[in-house]
Design a protein around this ligand. Structure first.
Ligand code: SAM
Length: 293
């Protein structure tokens, strides 16, 4: 490695020697082995070392693409211990690729520690984009995509979990949660009484043979799907009531002139605007009308 920079440009020898190595964050498939980019494969072939959450899992991918590289395990339980040695290797000029078992590393997966440390040490970090479970679940969900809150895995700590669940109940954006297969049912049950008739989507086994999207209220889904199997993502429609109260709050704080401009932007007619302002301010239409003539 070391003949090209991340844009594929050639580097002079002097320049190359001065540089420390690069930390690549390489996305791998979330099921279907074809979901990996040409660039990811090139980087995995070119780096000096691959650090992987579960080396056996990564070996399957590397064998599939006939890539043979030294592999080092780097997971949640040894992240802190391993990071110093890995940073040293990067400083010595070794290029390292970080991969997780599936999808985009660092997202609900190990990597934050080495990324932070590499930034401190001014080591170059390059993301190699690819599959990410939450993004693919979101774009297929049919729920609002403009704003969303990603919760990752809910906390196991009872108090924190309760706080997170309450946050989801009030959340007016789409909420996205990861969940381990054996805990899915418990989490759905925990959410059931909080979400009432809000729509949820379960994205199941993305990119795999049994890929499926279940849509409905939690009660409907639990009824039709009592024994969840495989990998799942839970997506929850934003709390519309919350949205309304926030809009109402803003309206309450507006002056009559501000309200007029606000409704004018919605292309309402003068009569419609007067009717709305009268309702917002709890006065008669005539009073508002008088103000505008
Ligand atoms: N870093 C990965 C990403 O964002 O692509 C996610 C890793 S996280 C440890 C694993 C969780 O992601 C699973 O428990 C599940 O909630 C979700 N997930 C990963 N692959 C999936 C798939 N093929 N279908 C559905 N959910 C998946």
């Amino acid at each position: 490695m070391g003949k090209r920079d991340n844009l594929g440009r050639g580097l002079g020898r002097g320049e190359r020697e001065k540089m420390s190595g690069i930390l690549y964050l390489v996305a791998t498939p979330i099921g279907n082995l074809e979901d990996i980019t040409f660039r990811a494969i090139r980087i995995l072939k070119e780096v000096d070392l691959i650090i992987a959450e579960d080396t056996r899992q990564t070996l399957k991918l590397l064998n599939h693409y006939e890539i043979s590289k030294p592999l080092i395990s780097y997971h949640r339980h040894n992240e802190e211990v391993k990071v110093e040695g890995l940073i040293q290797k990067l400083k010595e000029g070794k290029n390292i690729a970080l991969v997780s078992d599936a999808g985009t590393p660092v997202i609900s997966d190990p990597g934050e520690v080495i990324v932070k440390e590499a930034i401190k040490e001014q080591i170059k970090i390059i993301p190699i984009p690819g599959a990410c479970a939450l993004i693919n679940a979101l774009i297929t969900s049919g729920l609002e995509t403009k704003e969303f809150s990603f919760y990752g895995f809910l906390s196991l700590n009872k108090k924190l979990r309760k706080e997170e669940l309450e946050k989801i109940r009030r959340e007016n954006k789409t909420s996205i949660l990861y969940e381990a297969p054996h805990k899915l049912k418990t989490t759905l049950k925990d959410l059931e009484h909080l979400l009432e008739d809000r729509q949820i989507v379960i994205a199941r086994e993305l990119t795999k043979i049994h890929e499926e999207f279940l849509r409905g209220t939690i009660s409907q889904i639990l009824e039709s799907y009592p024994e969840p199997r495989g990998e799942h993502i839970i997506l929850i429609e934003g709390n519309k009531l919350q949205q309304e109260t926030e809009e109402e709050k803003a309206i309450k704080e507006m002056t009559i002139e501000e309200l007029y401009q606000y409704y004018e932007k919605q292309n309402l007619t003068k009569n419609e605007i007067i009717k709305k302002i009268a309702k917002d301010k709890g006065v008669s239409k005539n009073e508002i009308y008088q103000l505008f003539i």
